[in-house]
Design a binder for this molecule. Structure first.
Ligand SMILES: CC(C)(COP(=O)(O)OP(=O)(O)OC[C@H]1O[C@@H](n2cnc3c(N)ncnc32)[C@H](O)[C@@H]1OP(=O)(O)O)[C@@H](O)C(=O)NCCC(=O)NCCS
Length: 247
């Protein structure tokens, strides 16, 4: 929490327009992340959109309905575009029983969606387990602070000027959700918000210390945040590290 989140930036090098189109595509240290604009009104998935999915994804999407079908489809479109940057062959991203994305062999992938935007992150499995999260910047919900922040984070947060509190709280929330998505496949249990402690740095970086109640690890965690026009995008990458040999 040593310095404020940077101002909003435009992340899209070649913006496109309209629902079901790409809102942005970024190469970040954790992999390739793509955003897809979603329709905010309910309706069937257009045929030309579902054709962009892998047939197995299309079949899985047909099992869903309403907003869930729209968000799931948007997430898979984002993953397919990210995959295109890494591999030429189209492969399916299905769901594991836990809910996590089942990525093709050798890759790791994560998804997040809001009403108007779906994001997908894909990276090489060798680089670590990945998590992505997207949040809408409004409305402010500062009353959630004690649930999201550890006692140490809460103390530092309460000392901030009023207008900094919501962006800093939202960044903590989103990074912790990204950490959860990367960590859950490695520890296979619910991880609480107080099991990770953050210190936000400048330029979208964040120091992360895990306090895992079940003592798993040790893990190396990298986390980043980026302010887009209407959204906050965060990512996490987690690798298991070898503990130092005991003497
Ligand atoms: C699982 C959770 C992180 C999902 O976040 P959300 O805000 O509800 O929804 P999002 O749109 O951001 O993400 C949904 C995606 O999460 C992914 N997901 C769901 N369960 C998952 C799991 N166990 N592990 C990894 N990813 C998972 C899926 O890909 C899902 O999208 P899809 O079904 O279309 O593929 C959230 O519901 C949750 O349980 N959070 C509390 C735990 C937590 O964050 N602790 C902090 C630890 S430091």
């Amino acid at each position: 929490m040593s310095s404020p989140p940077p101002p909003a930036v435009t992340a899209d090098p070649e913006p496109t327009h309209g629902v079901w189109s790409r809102a942005f595509q970024l190469a970040i240290p954790h992999g390739i992340v793509v955003g897809i604009q979603l329709p905010t009104e309910p309706g069937p998935i257009p045929h030309e959109v579902s054709q962009r999915l892998h047939p197995k994804e299309r079949a899985a999407g047909l099992e869903l309905s309403g907003a869930r079908q729209i968000q799931w489809t948007g997430g898979r479109l984002a993953l397919q575009l990210a995959l295109k940057r890494l591999r030429s062959r189209r492969q399916p991203f299905l769901s594991q029983p836990s809910g996590a994305v089942q990525a093709p062999q050798g890759l790791f992938a994560s998804v997040s969606h809001k009403r108007d935007l779906a994001v997908g992150l894909v990276g090489q499995e060798t680089a670590g387990s990945l998590g992505v999260d997207v949040e809408t910047v409004i409305p402010e919900r500062n009353h959630l602070a004690p649930r999201i922040l550890t006692p140490g984070e809460l103390q530092r947060w309460q000392a901030l000027p009023e207008d900094r509190r919501w962006p800093v709280l939202l960044t903590h929330f989103s990074i912790k959700e990204s950490i959860y998505k990367a960590l859950h496949p490695m520890v296979d249990r619910y991880v609480g918000f107080h099991e990770a402690e953050l210190d936000l740095g400048p330029n979208g970086s964040a120091q992360v210390t895990l306090h895992l109640t079940q003592g798993e690890g040790p893990f190396e965690v990298q986390a980043r945040y980026l302010w887009l026009d209407q959204h906050l995008l965060t990512t996490a990458r987690i690798r298991k590290v070898q503990p130092p040999p005991s003497r």
